[in-house]
Every structure is written in structure tokens, then in C-alpha cells.
Ligand binder design. Structure first.
Ligand SMILES: Cc1ncc(COP(=O)(O)O)c(C=O)c1O
Length: 393
């Protein structure tokens, strides 16, 4: 076998993608599998975005583009952010990336040195840790507590020694896996805490448009000039416009940092696909009602799931989600009684009941599971019927 480089020798593929692959395998064998594992809207990409991509292809927008992205797109993103996210952005502060994920990857490669550390309020999205480790840095989890509704509570970290090699912190609101949306006040406190410790802030706002209960999303960089100066914002339309497969997102940071990220992009994937970029210009200009109608549909599903979960309260509890499309479920009572780990539970649930969910330990929190409600009500009804019989077997 070829000899692997040390940097990838312990690297694993995303556990969520693995569960989704296993679910797809069972489906191919003829089983009716309902996967609530992947964080992927089931809607089609809005028609105007599709039409713009088709037209771009026909018009020959199929060649190399600047590494940082088409200038017209950088301008459209800067305009969108200035208008919707309430802080002013110059097009030179924008990098077009292959999804939010590659934006995060480029950020970490450009920000952290081997031997440094990045703080992550935990539970947290599965890909942060491997990306930090690929940059040669280590992870310092900052615990979030179920009793606090998984909200950041800086007083909890008072006694923690933050080592001098800590370089940054990743903030993610609306949050995956908890579905919690941090308030402006909470973000002010968290940002103040980070700035006092000279940490750079990576703010992952990929779920920015998916909020419920009349709450509003707050961008970290909108909290003031100091916050903006210290923040690299990552976002995109994968979730809000059902564009997961298009691989489009963006990063916003100061100009020298963005130009280094563009250099790294130019030496690796070159740039985001030309006609995808062209269609993204249209996406930046869509009226609020486009994401709004998808959010209204997600909200119906969220309410249905909470109703069903409330009926299972003798076995589990959950934190009320107010954003994204996930519910984070505490299954400790049932798991301890049945002497099972969350990973074993998810494997059995998939193999026996043909329902896919993600073990919470992948997000750094044992005895929990994450379900996504980015699927239709018919599927959710079947999934809950099966979950109910699985738990009461
Ligand atoms: C918190 C978080 N950040 C980033 C991403 C990646 O988004 P994209 O598909 O735009 O790369 C995801 C996708 O699941 C996510 O949940």
C-alpha cells in the first residue's frame, strides 16, 4: 500500500456522510429507508438560480475565472451582506469559496500554525476538528450545557485556563447540531470574551436565513468595528436556497487575509465553477420571500417533530430549536437503561428500523442524537412511528 503522509494518517471521512452512505446502500437493497441524518434541504434550488446557471453555460461562461471569484459576484455578495447583515463590506473583503466548508478550510489553513489551538463551543459541527487538525493545530472544546439550553455562557469558562497558543474561536449561530440561535446580547458577551483573550473569531453563519419564532440572526461582524476587525465570516446559500450540491459559499475578512486565502485557492481548486458563480449573482438578489417560504415549511416540520418528541418524554428530552433544521435529543435515560452508546443506537435504528440519525458523540456530546427535519411530513411521520416502536420494543 502507498505510504500515507502523517497529516492524513488518522483522518476519517465525515461521519454524517458515512451514515448517509449506509442509508443509501440499504435503499439500493430495496429497503424503505428514511434518512434524517444529512443536513440537506429536500427542496429544489429556486428556479431563477437554475435558469441563470443554464443561461451562463449557453453564453459560454465556462472558462477559468479569477481565483477570488468574478468581481460582479464579489460585489453582489458585498451588497447583500451590507444590506441584510448590517455591516458594510467592500468587494475586496469577499472571497467566493466552494461551499462554506472550503471557506472554513482555507480560513484555518491561513490562520493557524502547527502547535496552536482553536477553541470550539461544543457540541459542534463534525468537520471543525479535522480541519483544525489538518492545519497542525489542536482543539480546545468549550463546553456548552444542556441546562443552559446549549447557549454560550462565558461565566462557565471562568476557571478554564486558556493557553497562550490559543489562536481563535469558532462561533456557529444558528447552530448545528443544537438548532440554537444566539441572541445579540449573548454574541456581544461571547465576542467580548474572545477579544479580551486576543482570539480571532471564525463565525460560521451558514444557517443565517433559517430562524423561527420571529427571532433575528445577528452577524458577529455587525457587533462593532472591533468585532468586524477580528472576524472571518463564513456563509453561503447551501442551506437557505437548497444549493448543497452547487458548492458555493463565501468568506469575508480584511483585505490582506482574503488575498492570501485567494492565493491558496488559486494553488489548489483554482476557483468555484464559473457558471455556478454566475448563477450566484442572481441568488444574491432574490427577495426574502424565496427563503421565507422554505423556512415556513421547515417550521411546520419543526413543530410536528416537537409534538411527536413531547409524546416520548418518558424516554428522551430535547432542546427547543429556533434555527437551522436540527433537533438535538438527549437519550441518556434510554441508553443507560439499555446499556447502549449513541453510536450503537444509531446503527441499530438504521439497520432495524431503517431510520438514519447521527450519534451526538460525533458532535462531542455522548448520550445524544441529532435528527434533521429537512424532509417532508410524510417521511417524518413514518420516521417517528418507527422510532416510537423502536424505543418501546
Ligand atoms: C455548521 C456548518 N457549517 C458549514 C457547513 C458546510 O456548508 P456547505 O455545504 O456550504 O459547504 C455545514 C454543512 O452541513 C454546517 O452544518
Amino acid at each position: 500500500m502507498l505510504k500515507l503522509a502523517n497529516r492524513v494518517s488518522t483522518l476519517k471521512s465525515s461521519s454524517i456522510m458515512e451514515i448517509s452512505a449506509k442509508a443509501a446502500q440499504l435503499k439500493a437493497q430495496g429497503y424503505e429507508v428514511i434518512s434524517l441524518a444529512a443536513g440537506e434541504p429536500d427542496f429544489n434550488t429556486p428556479q431563477p438560480i437554475q435558469a441563470a446557471a443554464t443561461l451562463a453555460m449557453k453564453e459560454g461562461i465556462t472558462k477559468y475565472t479569477p481565483a477570488a471569484g468574478f468581481q460582479a459576484l464579489r460585489e453582489a455578495i458585498a451588497k447583500k451582506v451590507t444590506k441584510e447583515n448590517s455591516y458594510s463590506v467592500d468587494p475586496e473583503e469577499v472571497l467566493v469559496t466552494s461551499g462554506a466548508k472550503h471557506g472554513l478550510y482555507l480560513t484555518l489553513q491561513c490562520l493557524v500554525n502547527p502547535g496552536e489551538a482553536v477553541l470550539i463551543p461544543t457540541p459542534a459541527w463534525v468537520s471543525y476538528r479535522p480541519m483544525i487538525e489538518l492545519a497542525g493545530a489542536s482543539v480546545i472544546p468549550l463546553p456548552l450545557y444542556e441546562e443552559d439550553g446549549y447557549r454560550p455562557n462565558v461565566d462557565r469558562w471562568k476557571g478554564m485556563a486558556i493557553p497562550p497558543n490559543a489562536k481563535g474561536i469558532i462561533i456557529n449561530s444558528p447552530n448545528n447540531p443544537t438548532g440554537v440561535v444566539y441572541s445579540r446580547e449573548e454574541l456581544m458577551k461571547l465576542t467580548g470574551w474572545a477579544l479580551q483573550r486576543n482570539l480571532w473569531i471564525i463565525s460560521d453563519e451558514i444557517y443565517e436565513k433559517i430562524v423561527y419564532d420571529n427571532l433575528a440572526h445577528t452577524s458577529v461582524a455587525a457587533l462593532g468595528p472591533e468585532a468586524k476587525r477580528a472576524t472571518i465570516t463564513i456563509s453561503g446559500f447551501s442551506k437557505s436556497y437548497a444549493m448543497t450540491g452547487w458548492r458555493f459559499g463565501w468568506a469575508i475578512a480584511d483585505k490582506p487575509f482574503i488575498s492570501k486565502m485567494a492565493a491558496l485557492q488559486s494553488q489548489s481548486n483554482s476557483h468555484v465553477t464559473s457558471f455556478v458563480q454566475w448563477a450566484a449573482i442572481t441568488a444574491c438578489d432574490l427577495p426574502e420571500s424565496v427563503a421565507g417560504s422554505m423556512v415556513a415549511e421547515f417550521d411546520k416540520r419543526r413543530r410536528y417533530c416537537m409534538e411527536r418528541l413531547d409524546k416520548l418524554s418518558q424516554h428522551l428530552s430535547y432542546t427547543r430549536p429556533t434555527g437551522a433544521f436540527y433537533i438535538f435529543i438527549n437519550l441518556s435515560k434510554w441508553l443507560i437503561a439499555n446499556k447502549m452508546t449513541d453510536l450503537e443506537f444509531c446503527k441499530d435504528l438504521l439497520e432495524i428500523a431503517h431510520v438514519g440519525m447521527v450519534p451526538g458523540s460525533s458532535f462531542g456530546k455522548e448520550h445524544t442524537i441529532r435528527m434533521s427535519y429537512a424532509t417532508n411530513l410524510e417521511n417524518l411521520t413514518k420516521a417517528f412511528d418507527r422510532l416510537e416502536s423502536f424505543l418501546t420494543r
